[in-house]
Design a protein around this ligand. Structure first.
Ligand SMILES: Nc1ncnc2c1ncn2[C@@H]1O[C@H](COP(=O)(O)OP(=O)(O)OP(=O)(O)O)[C@@H](O)[C@H]1O
Ligand SMILES: [Mg+2]
Length: 427
């Protein structure tokens, strides 16, 4: 029997794990630091070309380093998994070449493929609900595209498994008795849930027995990226003109004033749409808006963020604030460059207020899962929380309140899914 390979292609971080027959799991290591996950990020430098002159990206931490060295030259893409279900994103131009979404994702996945060139069947994770998927038809569309991207990267024999179920197999590995467990996986793009029984009587019991132990699954297409977006909308966008007024463009109505169109800030706040602001039409629109603005300095700061490619630095500053707030009561958001001057202290309480809607939707998904499975919270033995965004205290608090502090378990936030996927391949 070959070792089993599990691939977690995450919105923010990806990981590749191998399980042997004794159910021992090892993780591939990446970069100088030997990290056990790889940032899902791509960077195209204008001069770096592969065969036939096709732009060739670098990935992971190297992508970030090269991009920051380059003074904002080139294209940096992240959170691209979030486009899979959206039909409006087919392709994007990179230095004169058209890249389909599948080709972009494949360029990233190839690096992972190269680590396990001999692996035949690979178990790959998928969220319960993809970002931007309103129906199961959208989910199927996303899975099809992901399958094509995987094939293009050389993963041509793929079995999909739900990400929270994979996290369950990982959690199960350390159990000495059976438990009814709620798995809650909070990533960058999606939050996924699964209620099931795991433990020694199910380990290696085969797919049929496994299937019966799963009571239900749920998902919502929001997670860490949506938390970042709220920080951008509340703490950054007002300094860039959000909510400020512009004179009407209509000559017959010269005295009428209107707010700056909010869609601009919606794009700015989502990391997977940020790089699209730099289109000539959008830039022209923002320049025209500045000309009519009652607070043109703020619009000038917005133009500077886009022109000078400050998007990634903004992302870093915002994400750092969010992470700091996981352990501290307040954090400073600071980013100064030309006309952009951001310096603000943000409290955890403010942040928790900003993400109130997201927290309510997460709560709603958990309630739906309990209702659809007919399992009372008191009948859940354990809640295993994983994924980077499970470290947000307000998220944990929802589960402490509903299930009791003593029932919460967690750990290996960025690698539990990949490890469980590798174990799933043994069944
Ligand atoms: N200490 C922390 N506090 C708050 N958020 C954090 C912390 N550490 C990481 N995150 C967030 O966790 C998210 C990444 O988590 P993870 O790697 O589990 O996601 P992913 O698997 O890539 O995404 P998905 O499963 O949605 O495809 C990011 O939004 C990141 O900002
Ligand atoms: Mg994940």
């Amino acid at each position: 029997m070959h070792p089993s390979v599990g691939l977690d292609f995450g919105t923010t971080n990806s990981a590749l794990a191998v399980a042997d027959r004794e159910r021992r799991v090892t993780l591939e290591r990446f970069g100088r630091s030997g990290a056990d996950s790889l940032r899902s990020i791509l960077y195209f430098h204008p001069d770096r070309r592969g065969p036939r002159g096709v732009p060739e990206p670098v990935v992971g931490p190297e992508a970030i380093d090269r991009y920051l060295e380059s003074d904002g030259d080139g294209r940096l893409l992240q959170s691209f998994k979030s486009h899979l279900a959206s039909r409006s994103f087919q392709a994007t131009g990179v230095f004169g070449r058209n890249f389909t979404l599948e080709a972009l994702i494949a360029a990233f996945l190839k690096v992972l493929r190269a680590r396990q060139p001999a692996a035949r069947r690979v178990v790959v994770g998928r969220p319960v609900r993809f970002a931007h998927a309103d129906t199961t038809v959208d989910d199927d569309f996303a899975v099809d595209r992901l399958r094509r991207a995987l094939a293009e990267a050389g993963f041509d024999d793929v079995v999909f498994e739900l990400e929270p179920i994979a996290a369950a197999w990982h959690y199960e590995a350390r159990l000495t008795r059976d438990e009814r467990v709620l798995i809650a996986d909070f990533g960058g793009g999606t939050s996924d849930f699964c209620l099931l029984t795991v433990g020694p009587s199910f380990r290696g019991a085969g797919r049929a027995a496994r299937g019966q132990s799963i009571l239900g699954t749920e998902g919502v297409a929001l997670a860490g990226d949506a938390f970042d977006a709220q920080i951008v909308l509340h703490a950054v966008a007002p300094a860039l003109g959000k909510g400020s007024m512009v004179r009407s463009y209509l000559e017959k109505d010269p005295d009428k004033v209107l707010p700056v169109p909010p869609w601009i800030y919606g794009k700015l706040a989502r990391w997977h749409t940020l790089s699209f602001l730099k289109s000539p039409e959008t830039l022209r629109f923002i320049a025209e808006t500045r000309a009519q603005s009652l607070e043109p300095d703020k619009l000038a700061a917005l133009e500077h963020v886009i022109d000078a490619d400050l998007g990634y630095r903004l992302y870093q500053a915002v994400e750092r604030v969010k992470r700091t707030l996981s352990t501290a009561d307040s954090a400073e958001l600071a980013l100064e460059d030309g006309p952009l001057k951001l310096k603000k202290r943000i409290t955890r309480k403010q942040f928790e207020g900003w993400i109130g809607d997201e927290l309510a939707r997460i709560e709603g998904a958990v309630e739906r899962l309990l209702a659809s499975t007919g399992v009372a919270a008191s009948a859940v033995d354990r809640v295993f929380m994983t994924g980077g965004s499970s470290l947000v205290p307000a998220v944990r608090r929802l589960f402490e309140k509903r299930f009791g502090v003593g029932k919460l378990a967690g750990g290996e936030e960025l690698t539990s899914v990949a490890q469980g996927l590798a174990l799933a391949g043994l069944d």
